[in-house]
Every structure is written in structure tokens, then in C-alpha cells.
Design a protein around this ligand. Structure first.
Ligand SMILES: *[C@@H]1O[C@H](CO)[C@@H](O)[C@H](O)[C@H]1NC(C)=O
Ligand SMILES: *[C@@H]1O[C@H](CO)[C@@H](O)[C@H](O)[C@H]1NC(C)=O
Ligand SMILES: *[C@@H]1O[C@H](CO)[C@@H](O)[C@H](O)[C@H]1NC(C)=O
Ligand SMILES: *[C@@H]1O[C@H](CO)[C@@H](O)[C@H](O)[C@H]1NC(C)=O
Length: 851
């Protein structure tokens, strides 16, 4: 059974109580479907869009409009307002001569500075000289080009029978061009990177000036394409490392082309420069960039095709490009460009963030071991390693996955996004690290001698990286055999690992995660079970059909959806599932049908009449008696708020054999006693009803103890009281009473406590901590003399006020002094007299009357 979207909406309502969800402004077009930290940059770039935001009351981003936040490639974007948080801890070495130079180098090699260089090196290769003419501009070495009104001739393609890719001879002289003034010398001098995935030189070198205007009317165009189009030469689509290099360069190219409000639009074409039909298990990733089908050259063979707007994006194997085997300056990490790419893809593919943890149970660090099902680089003792992790005293939550070409890629991303420590052997699957949360740690179990590949990728993405270092503690199955030359090769065998050493490295990774500020922030932000309950109670009250008389149908539908969402989130197993992989997993499982009515447990059966008289105006119905009960709650619960579960046996009426008299009423009857004599009398008249019997049913009710509630506050559970055979049951009313506490006494919002101190402390001063009701410490320092019965006040350390939980009462601490019980020696007595040098006082008075 699939869950309705409206139910899913309530997930976010319940879990999102504290997490600010990424709200997209109502006025924003779908094209701005971006993470919020990206929207702020976008709005600061396009003032016109920002103004629309400012003028619309519903824009969530109004308060960021004047912050000056930028991406980092704009001409006047200071580093501290840019997107990047790249940094270079420690010393510098290698190519650079100073710390600032080291950071600068990193920014331009691997961050938004790379975009800036591309933008700055763009020059016109073919220049329009009048309105409506064509244009071609490219960055250095023709790594990126952008054209307007371009002509491409694919009439030779049908002659090529074999499907092809990575070809440099798709176009010949004159098969690409436009009406503009070509700078032939400039173009040819940039066309030096002649390799299929390094530059657009193999194509652009054939560019020619054309006599005709290129537009919809042109005779030379068999097809005219109006939609902006990205023409892409892509790497190996079966390999995540390589294929994501394509996506990464496409994302970077959005910024390089930039400078127009539609820069993140999904209404674009992607045309792949090959004649194979595109197929890849990662294919869903395109949907982050386009809503249209992926085209290839087959779509246009035999035709002359003209493009109004076309971009030839950066390529995956450029010299000093990103990220294929590029040397990056030593010591720096956390590229903003990689961070932005990661968040962009996750956002657009709608991968949920880690949502909820129950902090009552200690949050557990989530470990994911990526297992390989290939011929090489298997972990021979995988089970032993997993067992070791599972029995670690650090109580890891451990999962093993195998991602195959059949595993839904969005599912893979959901699992990755919910991982703290990611473990795997060297191989393309480790590219998943791009999508780990910021605090995560990668453990490349063994890098097989290829030490830079994933270490660098992790460094660029800004996640922590570790790998196996002690070669004596790892055993290869054999020396490995390279599939082509047969020689020994570390990548072509299997390995087993020393369990102790393995655990040692994982523990280090866990230390990193636990210390990471983003992880700690996450823990502090996640809603607790109680917060979800609270949110549910509040929403349930608002949405209850009784409260929404003008549209009861809609209200009851919403109400049921809310119930289904709550039911899922309150079931520990489903909750775990939801935490791990979001709405879709729990929806596949199906919701509802559990038989539990979450509403009844908070409000009682039927739920009528909370907060007032729900039955107003209706005719009087017989009602059973209310049951009033005291509910003793601890001061701790009243201090922090809590939900307590109470189980009660509710007598309910069930059909039974036979009949019974019912609806009995008194009626007047007239009886003739004799001629002319009548007697009027009252008589009980009853109907015959099916018989009923009382059966005890066990019910679980959840009572919310709100912060600062006072004794006598009542919570009513409708129809949970005494049954009435001919009417409705009465209500159950629970009255809050504070149970006595061994440390604190409550008077109004104030708390009182007593502390016994020693005589020495009383005279010489002291410091102490009192543990408060929620465990926080109240620190007390005295350097003055403290006499028995002395009282100090601590502001704000009393109980929270019921009406306003942010106000707290006073804490009064009264001291008594424990005098030494043993006899003091004469010598000590002498010393004391001497030290205190106090005269005798001996005042006699009537203390009872206060004289
Ligand atoms: C590239 O940018 C130009 C404006 O600078 C814009 O008109 C064009 O549509 C963009 N191309 C794509 C494919 O987005
Ligand atoms: C590697 O492990 C061996 C065997 O336990 C040990 O003797 C050696 O000191 C370790 N080497 C390093 C560099 O830690
Ligand atoms: C590695 O393990 C796989 C699966 O057990 C096996 O097929 C393969 O032959 C092993 N490779 C080597 C080099 O032993
Ligand atoms: C404890 O403190 C209260 C006031 O807070 C005081 O009335 C009472 O006498 C104290 N008890 C002792 C044993 O000192």
C-alpha cells in the first residue's frame, strides 16, 4: 500500500517542528529549486529576483537580502562572504611560498576560483557585428564554449554504421559555424588540447563563418532548437567516479555560463556527443539538470541543426581540470564548489536529510560497510570485521550494503546521506563519499597503492579520510594478476584484515564524527519523541473535524493523514526506517492498518469536547459519571515536560444474548375505576433493546505533563469514564498532583531546598554544585560567613512558569551547619578562641514573641 502525499506532508510537520525545512519562496519559479544557502547567493546575484522576493510577503529570504553573500567567483566577492569554507591547516609546502598563496592556489584549482578563472579567460572567437548575428566565446584551450545562433551539420552521420563515442572526427571543416566575424588565429592557437575529453578543440577547429543569419527562418537549418542546449562529451557511464566527473563539470559549467536568472533552469536540452543510446544506473542524476529527455547524436543524424543558445561545458579529463586525477595543492581541504555540487544534487533529487533521532536513547554513530561483489578487492574476512564492529562497546549502528547496477540510485544516496562512517575497498563505489554529510568520515579500507584518488576526493569534499597504513596487518590472497599484462598488481586480488587494527581505525573515525560541530549541532536540533508527540497533540487539536465545522470533509481527511503520519513516527521500527531512508521507505511499507488510534490515546474516545463543550446545542444525552483521579507526577516531569503513559481498564458495552428493558420513561396512564371515576397515575414504560454486557478493555492513554503545570490542573479524556447503558460514557479526568521530592519543594513557581555544610565551610566559605531537576548544575560560591538558617536566592532557577515556559521562579537555598560532634581537645579550644577572638555575648530574650 502506498502512502498518500498528504500523509507525507504531515511527516515534515511532525518532525520539522524544530528543523527549519528548506522552504522555497512561493513566488520563486520551479527553476529555483535549490538548497537555501544557494538561494541566498542567487538572490544576491540577481537583484531583480531579489526585489520580487522583497516585495512579496511570503518570501522566506527577505532577511538575507542585504547580507552580501556570494559564490566566490564574482568580481567583488570577499572570501568571507563567499560560499567556500576552504582552509589549509598546518604548514605549507610544495609549490607555494606562503600561507595566503596556498589558500589562493587551492581556491583557483579546485573551488569557485576555478569558475572565476574560466569566466575570466572567456574570449570571443566569433564576434557578432550586428543584431541577430551569431556568437561564439570560449575559455582558454577551448575547455568551455558558449554559442548563440550556431549551425551544426550532422548530414554525414548516417554513413557511419557503427555506434561511436569518444570520437574527434564527428565534424569536418565547415560543419560548424555561424554568421559572425571569426578570429581564426585566436581559435586555432587555443586548439592545442587534441584529445576527446580534454577540450572542444576537435570540434571548434572546424568552425567557419557563414553568410546567412541563423534563426528560425533560415533555409540552412533543417531543425531549429530554441531551448538552451548543453552538448556533452561524457566519460564512462558505468563507473560512478567517472560519470560523476561529468555531472560535476556540468554543474560547474552552470556557474561558468552563469550571469542570467535562468541559470538553474531545468528546461534545457542535454545532447550527448555519441550515437549510443544513453544508459546508466546513475541516470536519474540528470533530472537534477533537466526535465527533458536525454538526446544523443542519433536524434539529429542526417540533419542540419541550428541552436539558439548552446553551451559546450567543461570536460571530465581536462588538463588540470576537475576532478580526474588532478594534482591539488598540498594541505588544503573543503572546496565550496564540491560542497555546493553535493547539496545541489541531493536537493534536486529530493534526498531527505537525516531527520530524527531519539536522544533518550544515546545517539549511535552509523557505520556503513560497502561490500563488493566483484572478482577483485573483496574483503575475505568481512563477517569477522562486521561482528567486531557490532560487538564494540561503542555501540555502533552497523549496516552492510552491496550497491549493484540494479540498486536504485536514489536509494543509494539516501543510505549514504544517512551514514557517519563510510567503509569500503578502493573502487568507484567510494565516489559516494561526495554525498556524505559534512561531518562524516571515510575509511578506504585499503587503497591498493593508489593513494591519492579517494584521499583527494574526500579532501575536496571536506570529509575526513583514513586508510590502512600497516601493511603487516593485512593479508592479500595472492600478489594479484593484472588482467591485461598478467603482472602482479595490488588492485587485482582479495584481502583480509587484522580485526583489532580495523577497530582501532574505525574508533578514530568515530572520534572525528562525535567531535564535529555539524554533528553536534544536528544532535541538538533533532526533535525528541516528546517533541513529536507535542506537535501531534497540537496539530490534532487544530485539525479536528469538530473544530472545523465549515469544512468537515477536508478536516477529517487531513486529520486521518496526520494520524497515519504520527502512527509511523511513533512506532520505533518504522521510525528507524524513516530516519534511515525517508518517506518513501515507510510509504512502501504501508501505513495505517495497525489498528491503533493515536488520537484516542491523547484525547480519549470520540475526542469530542476538548477545551470546551463540544456537544453544545445538542439535545441532552444520558451520560455516565465522570471518573476523577489524581495523577502523581514527579517534579522532574513538571520541570522538563513529559508524556506519561497510563494503562487503564475501561468497561465497554458489548452486545449480549437476550433483551433488556431500555429507554424507560414515566408516562401518565388513566385507569377507569368505575363509572365516572378515573385515576391518573405515573407508570414506567420501557422499550425492549438487545442485551448488553460490560467487558473490560485495556486502554493506553498518554497524558501530557506540560512544563510548569500546577497541582489540580486537569486533563480530560472523553468517554473514558463510567459507561452508561443508555447513553454515553462519562469522561476520565486526571488531576495533576506533585509527588513529594527528596531535594526540592515547590511553592508556586519557586523552589526550596536545604543544604548542610560543615562548620569549617560555614566560617571560611565554600563552593558547591546543586544538581537541578533536569541534571544541569547550579553553582554556589560563598566567601562570607554562613550562619545556620542563612538563606540565599538564585534567580531563574525555580520552576518554569506554566503560561510562559521561558520565565522561571526563584530557587531558595537554606543552609544548616553541622557542628563537630566529637569533644575538642583543650589545645584546639585555646586555638579557636585565639583565632576567632570573639567576646561572649550571652543575650537573654523571649524568642517565641520575637523580642
Ligand atoms: C548561457 O548564458 C546565456 C547568457 O549569458 C544565456 O542566454 C543562455 O541561455 C545560457 N545557456 C544555457 C544553456 O543556459
Ligand atoms: C605494524 O604491525 C606490526 C605487527 O603488529 C608491528 O610490529 C609494527 O610496529 C607495525 N608498524 C607500524 C608502522 O605501526
Ligand atoms: C577473490 O574472491 C572472488 C570471490 O570469492 C573469487 O572469485 C576470486 O577468484 C578471488 N580472487 C583472487 C585473486 O583470489
Ligand atoms: C529548610 O529550609 C526551610 C526554608 O527553605 C526552613 O524553613 C527549614 O527550617 C530548613 N530546614 C532545616 C532543617 O534547616
Amino acid at each position: 500500500m502506498w502512502m498518500k502525499t498528504s500523509t507525507m506532508y504531515f511527516f515534515s510537520q511532525l518532525v520539522g517542528v524544530l528543523i527549519l525545512s528548506e522552504v522555497v519562496c512561493e513566488w520563486l519559479p520551479e527553476t529555483l529549486n535549490l538548497p537555501s544557502s544557494h538561494v541566498t547567493r542567487y538572490l544576491n546575484t540577481f537583484k531583480c529576483e531579489a526585489e520580487k522576493c522583497y516585495n512579496s510577503g511570503s518570501c522566506m529570504y527577505r532577511n538575507v537580502l542585504d547580507t552580501g553573500l556570494c559564490w566566490g567567483y564574482e568580481t567583488n566577492c570577499p572570501h568571507h562572504l563567499g560560499y567556500s569554507s576552504a582552509h589549509c591547516p598546518g604548514d605549507h609546502k610544495g609549490w607555494v611560498s606562503s600561507k595566503p598563496q596556498q589558500l589562493q592556489t587551492f581556491l583557483s584549482q579546485a573551488d569557485f576560483g576555478f569558475v572565476k578563472q574560466q569566466i575570466q579567460s572567456k574570449t570571443l572567437m566569433c564576434e557578432p557585428t550586428a543584431d541577430g548575428e551569431s556568437l561564439l566565446e570560449c575559455s582558454s584551450y577551448l575547455q568551455f564554449c558558449r554559442g548563440k545562433s550556431l549551425y551544426l551539420d550532422f548530414r554525414d552521420l548516417p554513413a557511419r554504421k557503427e555506434s561511436f563515442r569518444y570520437k574527434m572526427d564527428v565534424l569536418k571543416k565547415g560543419q560548424i559555424g555561424g554568421k559572425c566575424k571569426l578570429n581564426e588565429y585566436r581559435l586555432q592557437s587555443e586548439a592545442t588540447h587534441q584529445s576527446p575529453l580534454q577540450s572542444w578543440a576537435p570540434e571548434m577547429q572546424h568552425f567557419e563563418e557563414l553568410p546567412d543569419f541563423i534563426n528560425e527562418e533560415s533555409q540552412v537549418c533543417d531543425i531549429f532548437i530554441n531551448k538552451p542546449t548543453f552538448i556533452m562529451k561524457i566519460d564512462a557511464t558505468v563507473n560512478m567516479y567517472h560519470h560523476f566527473c561529468d555531472f560535476f563539470n556540468l554543474y560547474t559549467s552552470l556557474h561558468v555560463n552563469g550571469s542570467h536568472p535562468e541559470m538553474f533552469s531545468r528546461d534545457v536540452n542535454i545532447l550527448i556527443w555519441e550515437t549510443y543510446a544513453y544508459h546508466s544506473n546513475f541516470g536519474i542524476t540528470w533530472s537534477a539538470f533537466t526535465q527533458n529527455p536525454i538526446l544523443n547524436l542519433r536524434s539529429f543524424q542526417g540533419k542540419r541543426v541550428c541552436f539558439r543558445e548552446v553551451v559546450f561545458p567543461l570536460l571530465p579529463r581536462m588538463i588540470f581540470g576537475l576532478y580526474y586525477n588532478t594534482p591539488i595543492v598540498w594541505g588544503c581541504r573543503e572546496s565550496g564548489l564540491f560542497h555546493a555540487f553535493s547539496k545541489f544534487i541531493l536537493h534536486r533529487l529530493k534526498i531527505p536529510k537525516r531527520a530524527a533521532i531519539d536522544p533518550v536513547a544515546k545517539p549511535r554513530i552509523k557505520i556503513l560497510l560497502l561490500s563488493r561483489n566483484t572478482q577483485y578487492r573483496r574483503i575475505l574476512n568481512e563477517k569477522a570485521l562486521l561482528d567486531a564492529l557490532r560487538s564494540s562497546p561503542r555501540q555502533y549502528s552497523v549496516e552492510r550494503v552491496e550497491f549493484t547496477h540494479e540498486t536504485d540510485f536514489r536509494h543509494q544516496l539516501r543510505v549514504i546521506q544517512d551514514t557517519d562512517i563510510f567503509i569500503g575497498m578502493h573502487g568507484a563505489g567510494l565516489t559516494h563519499l561526495l554525498f556524505l554529510p559534512d561531518w562524516a568520515s571515510v575509511f578506504e579500507l585499503y587503497n591498493c597503492g593508489d593513494e591519492h584518488c579517494y584521499a583527494d576526493l574526500a579532501r575536496l569534499r571536506g570529509v575526513h579520510y583514513q586508510t590502512w597504513t600497516n601493511h603487516t596487518k593485512l593479508k592479500p590472497q595472492d600478489e594479484g594478476h593484472h588482467p591485461s599484462d598478467g603482472g602482479p598488481h595490488a588492485k587485482f586480488t582479495n584481502y583480509s584484515f587484522d580485526t583489532k587494527e580495523f577497530l582501532r581505525i574505525v574508533d578514530l573515525a568515530a572520534d572525528h564524527v562525535a567531535k564535529h560541530p555539524a554533528y553536534r549541532h544536528l544532535l541538538s536540533q533533532l526533535p525528541t519523541t516528546n517533541q513529536i508527540k507535542k506537535a501531534y497533540r497540537k496539530l490534532a487539536k487544530e485539525l479536528h473535524p469538530d473544530r472545523n465545522q465549515d469544512n468537515t470533509e477536508k478536516a477529517s481527511a487531513q486529520f486521518q493523514d496526520l494520524g497515519a503520519a504520527y502512527e509511523t513516527l511513533s512506532d520505533p521500527e518504522k521510525r528507524e526506517l524513516y530516519d534511515r531512508c525517508g518517506e518513501e521507505c515507510v510509504s512502501k511499507e504501508g501505513a495505517g492498518g495497525g489498528g491503533m488510534d493515536p488520537f484516542a490515546s491523547f484525547f480519549g474516545d470520540f475526542g469530542f469536547g476538548f477545551g470546551g463543550n463540544g456537544n453544545q446545542g445538542q439535545q441532552e444525552v444520558a451520560k455516565g459519571a465522570d471518573i476523577v483521579m489524581d495523577l502523581f507526577v514527579t517534579l522532574e516531569e513538571l520541570y522538563s515536560g513529559n508524556f506519561v503513559e497510563i494503562t487503564h481498564n475501561k468497561p465497554v458495552l458489548k452486545p449480549a444474548k437476550g433483551t433488556r428493558k431500555c429507554n424507560c420513561r414515566q408516562e401518565m396512564v388513566t385507569r377507569q375505576l368505575g363509572p365516572g371515576r378515573f385515576q391518573m397515575m405515573q407508570q414506567a414504560v420501557c422499550d425492549e433493546c438487545p442485551n448488553v454486557k460490560l467487558v473490560n478493555e485495556e486502554r493506553v492513554l498518554e497524558v501530557e505533563i506540560e512544563q510548569g503545570m500546577t497541582d489540580g490542573s486537569e486533563q480530560r479524556f472523553t468517554a473514558e469514564g463510567e459507561p452508561h447503558t443508555d447513553g454515553e460514557p462519562g469522561d476520565l479526568r486526571l488531576r495533576i498532583q506533585t509527588a513529594p521530592h527528596s531535594i526540592f519543594e515547590r511553592r508556586g513557581d519557586d523552589l526550596y531546598t536545604n543544604v548542610t555544610i560543615s562548620l569549617a565551610d560555614a566560617l571560611a566559605g565554600f563552593e558547591l554544585d546543586i544538581e537541578h531537576l533536569d541534571g544541569h548544575k547550579v553553582h554556589i560560591v560563598r566567601d562570607k560567613v554562613t550562619w545556620p538558617g542563612a538563606r540565599i536566592r538564585k534567580k531563574g532557577e525555580g520552576m518554569p512558569n506554566y503560561e510562559n515556559n521561558n520565565l522561571f521562579g526563584m530557587l531558595y537555598v537554606t543552609f544548616d551547619v553541622q557542628f563537630p560532634k566529637e569533644e575538642l581537645s583543650t589545645e584546639v579550644k585555646e586555638k579557636l578562641r585565639e583565632l576567632l577572638s570573639q567576646d561572649s555575648i550571652n543575650k537573654v530574650y523571649n524568642g517565641l514573641r520575637g523580642f
